[in-house]
Design a protein around this ligand. Structure first.
Ligand SMILES: *Cc1c(COP(=O)(O)O)cnc(C)c1O
Length: 252
């Protein structure tokens, strides 16, 4: 007979009571749209021509048609990956997400913007693969890598200078579960060098528990292989960025 009053309200309000339209676009505090995580997790909008409820998987490597169309070659772009990137951007409070084949792939994309002579400040307890990649960049790429105890803000501050190009953090660290002050270090890094890129490996927390972009980081990445997937059945790496210009640098 009568509609319970709560149902009408739920149609329009998200769990935090925001009166927002459905969420096909990345939501982030930085663009003034922030939905409850529970909303973002279940809401997907693939723009599918048949309104499929689950995102269709496009296994095609190539797409017929001429230049200027949205997709032509899957390495450059694929509708399924686009849907995943948009979904991840929402969950990571990012304006843009890039999906690659592993967490180390994400770390490689981020560190690839470094040039010979650049200086990286990072932790003294890092994921083994990250440590090996930084050692490779140091010995083959002419990049200076300073390993410091990132649990101590003063020690990190002393290592920062106008020459610091990137600060690469993990928190909690893998394997020793050390906790790092992302916002304190981000502020100090940007003060020391406004161009400095603060990158945070958020694998150990997942976006469910921590969003480094909200804490002042410039870029965050996840090994999708770990908690983000949670089922030991896939490998992926996800990069989240809020600055369009930085996103372009990672894909160019
Ligand atoms: C596993 C892991 C990575 C690398 O991710 P892969 O998907 O295995 O390439 C990076 N950082 C941390 C903290 C990890 O645990």
């Amino acid at each position: 007979m009568s509609t319970p009053s709560g149902i009408a309200a739920l149609k329009h309000l998200d769990l935090d009571g925001h009166d927002l339209p459905p969420s096909p676009a990345p939501s982030s505090p930085s663009n003034g749209r922030k939905y409850a995580l529970a909303t973002e997790l279940v809401y997907t909008d693939s723009g599918d021509q048949y309104n499929a409820s689950s995102v269709p998987i496009y296994q095609s490597a190539t797409f017929k048609g001429g230049p200027g169309q949205e997709y032509d070659y899957t390495r450059s772009g694929n509708p399924t990956r686009t849907a995943l990137e948009r979904h991840m951007a929402k969950i990571m409070n990012a304006n843009r997400a890039l999906v690659v084949s592993s967490g180390m792939g994400a770390c490689d994309v981020i560190t690839r913007i470094l040039k010979p002579g650049d200086e990286v400040v990072t932790g003294d307890d890092l994921y083994g693969g990250t440590n090996r990649l930084l050692t490779y960049l140091k010995t083959h790429g002419g990049i200076t890598v300073k390993h410091v105890d990132t649990t101590k803000l003063d020690i990190v501050k002393a290592a920062l200078s106008g020459k610091t190009t990137m600060v690469l953090l993990e928190t909690p660290t893998n394997p020793l579960i050390k906790i790092v002050d992302i916002s304190g270090i981000s502020s100090a890094a940007h003060e020391a060098s406004p161009e400095c890129i603060v990158a945070v490996d958020n694998t150990m927390m997942s976006p469910y528990l921590q969003n480094p972009l909200d804490l002042g980081a410039d870029v965050t990445y996840e090994s999708g292989t770990k908690y983000l997937s949670g089922h030991h059945d896939l490998m992926a790496g996800i990069i989240g960025i809020n600055r369009a210009e930085l996103g372009e640098r990672f894909i160019s």
